[in-house]
Design a binder for this molecule. Structure first.
Ligand code: XLS
Ligand code: NI
Ligand code: NI
Length: 439
């Protein structure tokens, strides 16, 4: 076999150098994959994943400008370029030391003129992907179908007013699930970029939501039929590209899943940049999804509050990573999900090494978050304060409320007996001071 080009020549496997200085950006200073914290290796708490679309298909374009990232793998016919891209990606995963990647069907292989031709392209490309996975040990965290880029989907995929388009999306997802099985994907994501509306005047909201539920049910049925063992995930986002998207945020998706009796088949893939677009704080949807036992995976990125769109930046803020990792540890980990860097280097960062620097820094930011969260949990100062705050629910009337056996009559009797409750401080500043002690 012809020897493959080395795309990241001059960059070796990224080492762990805890004593590295400020200028040493091509090493991990906090991420030590094999180190065990709270009974688990760092790599198993963090389960990092590189996303294919931003890092290997992205060209640095924005709505105002042409490509700035001219990658050496984008050469030849679409299929030739796709193969080069895949080799480059696996070289990158291996040098970075990340065990997972994520991709859309259309990132991996170009669309042909017919569905059949498109699927042949996918078959050929996933044969190569499987071979590279076996050679390197890198696995698929999740696959997803791109049901938003092609013009046919401009009015939606599963929520399109034309059932012909819904059928196309269904055919595409069927193939996507076959690929997930072939490559041993651990999860499968649905992000409904065009599932929503721009104008309420032309939209039958109730019908669209019902169709979307039926679409998911068909996917569940096919998954069971082919014996695909992976977790289904829905990724909420409030808007962009649609003005309003049905999967607005964690709570709307959970409500939708429960309403249509789909909640046992799905969990959520939370992307903090979407959470902040919905007007919530960074960690909000991670915490809410986890509270309902529905946090499946995280598209670990961040936005720019002063811009206010999905800028998909690499997560670098230690406060945020600490809060996310605290939630993840408290729910016992993210497996089979992971921390997927749905993030892109800036348009103004065109160097190949920028791809490494960005991922390394984000992995270190999450590693610091993990280390901080471990200290917060092991020392238990905050959790014992929270326990104490809710202690009235552990006895008497509180316990009856807790177990659901209390009545309004009992509430009334209790107040008649005990009078006015005393006013207690929520101690917000004390919690904030303690949190800051750890970061
Ligand atoms: C877009 C989404 C998308 C999904 C996968 O905003 O984040 O990238 O993660 O389709
Ligand atoms: Ni995402
Ligand atoms: Ni996004």
């Amino acid at each position: 076999m012809e020897k493959e080009t080395e795309y990241f020549a001059g960059i070796a496997k990224i080492p762990y150098l805890p004593d590295g200085g400020a200028r040493d950006v091509m090493c991990f200073k906090h991420y030590n994959a094999e180190e065990v914290l709270m009974g688990r290796k760092m790599e198993d708490w963090l389960r990092f994943s590189v996303c294919y679309w931003h890092s290997f298909c992205g060209t640095g374009t924005d709505p105002f400008g042409f490509p700035t990232h001219h990658r050496p793998w984008n050469q030849g016919s679409p299929m030739e370029a796709a193969k080069k891209r895949l080799h480059a990606a696996f070289e990158f995963f291996s040098k970075l030391g990340v065990k997972y990647y994520t991709f859309h069907d259309r990132d991996m292989a170009p669309e042909g003129l017919t569905l059949e031709e498109t699927n042949w392209n996918l078959d050929e490309m996933t044969d190569l992907a499987l071979q590279l996975q076996n050679q390197t040990g890198v696995k698929v965290l999740w696959v997803t179908c791109n049901l938003f880029a092609h013009p046919r989907y401009m009015n939606g995929a599963a929520t399109n007013p034309d059932c012909h388009v819904l059928a196309y999306a269904g055919a595409q997802v069927k193939k996507g699930l076959d690929i997930a099985k072939k490559l041993g994907a651990e999860n499968f994501v649905f992000w409904g970029g065009r599932e929503g509306f721009h104008s309420i005047h032309n939209t039958h909201v109730a019908a669209e939501l019902r169709h979307m539920a039926v679409f998911f049910k068909m996917a569940v049925k096919y998954k069971e039929k082919i014996g695909l063992k992976c977790q289904f995930l829905i990724e909420p986002k409030p808007k962009e590209p649609c003005k309003h998207q049905y999967d607005y945020d964690a709570m709307s998706v959970i409500g939708f899943l429960k309403h249509y009796d789909l909640d046992s088949h799905f969990k959520l893939n939370i992307e903090p940049n979407h959470t902040t677009l919905a007007g919530h704080s960074y960690e909000h949807d991670v915490v809410m999804a986890s509270a309902f036992g529905m946090l499946g995976s995280v598209d670990s990125n961040t936005g720019a509050p002063d811009l206010g769109w999905d800028t998909d930046q690499f997560p670098m803020d230690i406060r945020n990573t600490t809060l996310v990792m605290k939630t993840i540890i408290e729910q016992g980990g993210l497996q089979p999900g992971g921390l997927n860097f749905d993030a892109k280097v800036r348009r103004e960062s065109p160097d190949l090494e920028d791809l490494f620097i960005a991922h390394i820094a984000a992995m270190d930011a999450f590693s610091r978050g993990l280390r901080n969260a471990v200290r917060i949990i092991e020392e238990g100062t905050m959790s014992s304060m929270v326990m104490e705050r809710y202690s009235s629910f552990r006895h008497g009337i509180g316990q009856k409320v807790e177990d659901g056996s209390a009545s309004l009559e009992e509430m009334e009797d209790f107040v008649k007996q005990h009078g006015e409750p005393k006013v207690t401080s929520g101690k917000q500043e004390k919690y904030e001071a303690i949190f800051n002690h750890y970061i």
